[in-house]
Write a protein that binds this ligand. Structure first.
Ligand SMILES: C[S@@+](CC[C@H](N)C(=O)[O-])C[C@H]1O[C@@H](n2cnc3c(N)ncnc32)[C@H](O)[C@@H]1O
Length: 286
């Protein structure tokens, strides 16, 4: 890209344009996500805000409604978007998304298979990780879920040509081969273990997000019994936000106490039974 064009794009990035999303925040920290359309208007108890008051203005401005109330208008981050977007399923929260991207090593250029699409929150994070060089295939068993899920993803990645959504049951098999990563947000991922072993590249990473301990126990058993997966690890991300003001610094009173567990495993060349005894890791029973 010529230097001049890059500079122009960088400058435009911070200016609201038609089709951009804007996050509007009122004095009580109530948030609304809108998509800017010339001639459109945002209506709320705070009054009316014409979209044209934002289009062409720099992000981060304080706009004034017809009732004279101030609204802060910023461009939503991926995390803002996920918290505000329409949901028809349980979604993966930003605190887990960040860890999924790094523990699953979702690198720019990776070929990733995901299931299920659901509301598309995790799909958007995966597209973020793989960038334009990589690709994401998402299996979703419920056809009625697909339109809403894709619509959410398209709001944040309007030109996502590297996303393919397939209506299908990931428990029945995976058509793709040479996948770098498999990321599952389905209730019974142990059915996918044998398919994942065929579909991943050697050294590929299998990642599963599950809400209960019974599920992670069953998944761990399936991965161990298959034998081709090693480095099986499970973590839980606990996030505690803090209230910081002039006169008080303390944890917030409320927090999301539990979402789910992230289990990762690496596809290796030998089954556990083929690994010479002296190199076998000993299983802890404590
Ligand atoms: C918890 S939601 C996924 C939410 C999604 N990760 C997000 O962040 O928006 C689980 C989704 O998996 C789908 N699903 C369940 N079992 C499946 C299967 N065997 N194959 C494909 N999709 C499946 C469900 O229909 C549902 O849409």
């Amino acid at each position: 890209v010529p230097e001049k064009e890059t500079k122009k794009n960088n400058a435009l990035r911070s200016i609201f344009q038609e089709g951009d999303m804007a996050l509007l925040i009122d004095r009580k920290d109530r948030r609304n996500l809108i998509t800017l359309k010339s001639g459109g208007a945002f209506h709320s108890h705070a009054g009316i805000l014409p979209h044209d008051d934002l289009i062409g203005q720099p992000a981060g401005l304080w706009a004034r409604t017809s009732h004279g109330q101030r609204l802060l208008a910023v461009k939503p981050t991926l995390s803002d978007f996920v918290l505000e977007m329409p949901r028809r399923t349980q979604v993966v929260y930003p605190k887990d998304m960040g860890a999924i991207l790094l523990l699953g090593d979702i690198f720019p250029g990776a070929r990733v298979l995901e299931a299920g699409l659901g509301s598309g929150a995790l799909t958007a994070a995966l597209l973020w990780g793989v960038g334009t060089e990589g690709s994401v295939v998402s299996y979703e068993v419920r056809p009625e879920q697909v339109e809403g899920g894709i619509a959410n993803v398209k709001r944040i990645f309007p030109d996502a040509e590297n996303l393919e959504v397939k209506v299908g049951d990931v428990y029945q098999g995976i058509e793709e081969r040479d996948l770098d990563r498999i990321v599952l947000d389905v209730p019974e991922p142990w059915h996918v273990v044998p398919w994942a072993a065929q579909a991943l590249v050697p050294g590929g990473i299998f990642l599963s997000f599950l809400p209960t301990t019974l599920q992670i126990h069953q998944l761990g058993k399936a991965l161990r019994e298959d034998g081709r997966f090693h480095m099986v690890e499970t973590v839980e991300i606990i996030l505690r936000s803090w209230h910081v003001s002039q006169r008080s610094v303390r944890p917030d009173h409320r927090m999301v106490a539990h979402t789910g567990f992230i289990t990762t495993a690496r596809l290796c060349t030998l089954r556990s039974s083929q690994v010479p005894d002296e190199t076998q890791p000993q299983e802890e029973t404590r």
